[in-house]
Design a protein around this ligand. Structure first.
Ligand SMILES: C[S@@+](CC[C@H](N)C(=O)[O-])C[C@H]1O[C@@H](n2cnc3c(N)ncnc32)[C@H](O)[C@@H]1O
Length: 251
């Protein structure tokens, strides 16, 4: 999962696929943006991808810095969401390319995905470095608990609806073990790509160790059909989710 990978993914974002703004069914992230507009004038979207958050950020803040290392995605973001108060930069967060950026609020949405802890820590450090002291950061990350929930739900479908729905307990167990590359590190194989997934406690720990004070952690539920083909309607109530953490730079 590197710059080239994200350049190649640029086409998949067409039509809203993989874009957080379109998947935030309950408006959790939108609510946090509204809440944090009072935290200052300048915001950054680090790892902005094709820029689905930019319209909301441009509306809520006086200045917005949009950063990504994928030129293809950055071009797409500029094409779709250029605004007079949004500045686009190409930079690698791991290489520390933010050149003294100092904003009040950073959004880092579905960027902490690489399976290497050292790289994740560097991204957290870059987010911290881009913030003014006591500035706020909003991180959204894939939830490891949600992966368990999906597999539990597959077994539940079989129990409730019978074969061929869902999976037997044994098959669900097997599928989970096949998908999870490391339980300790929360690394999950998503269509052949090893992707970091976070437990709430892992996320809180990494943010605290990275110089943040965690203020709140919330679920960002997304549609079942992102995880299952033809999910039964009764599954709707407890959707799969990403974690959202709001944290403040300690000093
Ligand atoms: C899953 S996409 C999320 C895009 C957007 N934040 C959203 O939620 O719609 C991950 C984005 O992070 C960017 N990214 C990942 N690692 C990065 C790094 N080290 N430096 C800069 N951008 C990075 C990728 O290029 C990609 O655009």
């Amino acid at each position: 999962m590197d710059e080239q990978y994200w350049d190649d993914m640029a086409e998949r974002f067409e039509g809203g696929v993989l874009e957080i703004a379109g998947l935030d069914l309950e408006g959790v992230l939108a609510e946090e943006i509204k809440r944090l507009r009072w935290a200052g004038r300048a915001a950054a979207d680090l790892g902005c991808g094709p820029g689905s958050l930019l319209p909301q950020l441009a509306e809520a803040f006086v200045h917005v810095e949009a950063v990504d290392y994928s030129q293809e995605l950055l071009d797409k973001a500029r094409l779709r969401h250029a605004r007079p108060n949004v500045r686009f930069h190409r930079a690698d967060l791991i290489e520390g390319g933010l050149r003294g950026m100092q904003v009040d609020v950073v959004f880092c949405v579905n960027v902490l995905l690489v399976p290497k802890r050292g790289k994740l820590e560097k991204i957290v450090k870059a987010v911290r470095g881009a913030l003014k002291p006591r500035g706020h950061a909003v991180f959204v990350v894939p939830s490891f608990e949600s992966v368990l929930h999906v597999h539990e739900s597959l077994a539940r479908c079989r129990r409730k609806d019978g074969a061929p729905a869902g999976l037997s307990r044994k098959k669900a167990e097997k599928a989970l073990h096949k998908a999870v590359h490391s339980f300790v590190e929360g690394v999950v194989d998503i269509s052949g790509v090893l992707t970091k997934h976070w437990t709430q406690t892992d996320l809180e720990g990494v943010l605290e160790d990275g110089g943040f004070e965690v203020e709140r952690v919330r679920k960002v539920p997304f549609p079942w059909d992102e995880e299952l083909t033809r999910p039964p309607e009764w599954l709707d109530r407890r959707r799969p989710w990403d974690w959202l953490a709001v944290a403040r730079r300690v000093k």
